[in-house]
Design a binder for this molecule. Structure first.
Ligand SMILES: Nc1ncnc2c1ncn2[C@@H]1O[C@H](COP(=O)(O)OP(=O)(O)OP(=O)(O)O)[C@@H](O)[C@H]1O
Length: 276
């Protein structure tokens, strides 16, 4: 018997494409609750498709469709940030980031950690507010910020960082963007966290905002008010931390960014303050 005559090739393609999309979605989710929601939703979609295609049950089909619509609306509200991010990535043509395979791999060095830690330690002692974003392969672009600031394009150094955050200088407001061992920009205005966390001021909310949007980027915050050092990663803030703890975390995160497979996430620490 000719199998091709029995099985519709378009159906096979349809199932293959749908499975690929399902696989992609599942591979990008690593939170158990989100995974359950996604699984339940995809099950309903598959059920609606099956009932519509194979069962001649118009009323049941309508009911399942209505259920899928209601779930779609709920998920759109629940995941509005993620869906917005998905559309931003599609709109800016960053399919590689979407597929968990950023074009720009992170190239850091031991020097990067030392320079950042020393600068942050000094800024903390002097109670000078600072915000340092380290792009570890998120391929951050000017359109990802509220204001991309001023391009610097200089070798990363403790002295330059201290200069950029010196009081009453034009670029001390906002964040410095570091990529590899280079300072790319200063005076960058970051998007704020989508969660309104009343216990944090805008500097800390900006650190949370950028790291909850981008997996492969971290943000170091020095509080002007208290001199406290914090590290934000994946929308979680670990604070207060000492300079040596910051160095340890940076080494850990930066070396895993260089070696880990693209889509994997790194947990900062169990003591990190979570927003969720
Ligand atoms: N969206 C943003 N992107 C970059 N930097 C920002 C942003 N919002 C505020 N800042 C920086 O934070 C400063 C204001 O900090 P604010 O006191 O509101 O926050 P905070 O979290 O309480 O920080 P601190 O503990 O240093 O006072 C601004 O002067 C600016 O330099």
């Amino acid at each position: 018997m000719n199998v091709l005559a029995v099985v519709d090739p378009r159906l096979v393609l349809d199932v293959l494409f749908a499975s690929a999309i399902g696989f992609l979605l599942f591979s990008r989710v690593n939170e158990a609750r989100t995974l359950w929601l996604l699984r339940g939703y995809l099950f309903l979609v598959a059920l609606a498709w099956f009932v519509q295609r194979y069962a001649n049950l118009p009323l049941t089909s309508k009911l399942v469709d209505a259920l899928v619509l209601a779930c779609s609306l709920s998920l759109a509200i629940l995941w509005q940030g993620e869906l917005r991010r998905l559309m931003e990535l599609l709109g800016t043509g960053r399919l590689a980031v979407l597929l968990g395979n950023p074009q720009k791999e992170f190239r850091g060095s031991a020097g990067t950690v030392t320079q950042i830690t020393e600068a942050a330690g000094r800024l903390s002692q002097q109670r000078r507010g600072a915000l340092i974003v380290v792009d570890m392969g998120s391929d951050l672009r000017p359109e990802d910020f509220l204001n991309p600031g001023v391009a610097i394009g200089a070798q990363l150094s403790r002295e330059l960082l201290l200069n950029l955050f010196a009081a009453d200088t034009p670029l001390h407001d906002g964040a410095v963007l570091v990529r590899g061992n280079r300072i790319e920009a200063a005076g960058v205005i970051l998007p704020l966290s989508r969660h309104s966390v009343s216990r944090y001021g805008t500097r800390h909310l900006a650190a949370l905002g950028i790291t909850e949007r981008f997996d492969r980027c971290i943000c170091i915050v020095v509080s002007e008010e208290t001199g406290t050092l914090s590290l934000s990663n994946q929308g979680k803030l670990e604070r207060p931390i000492t300079s040596s703890r910051l160095e340890e975390l940076l080494r850990e995160l930066l070396s895993s960014a260089e070696s880990r497979p693209p889509a994997r996430r790194t947990v900062v620490s169990s003591s990190a303050e979570s927003l969720s």
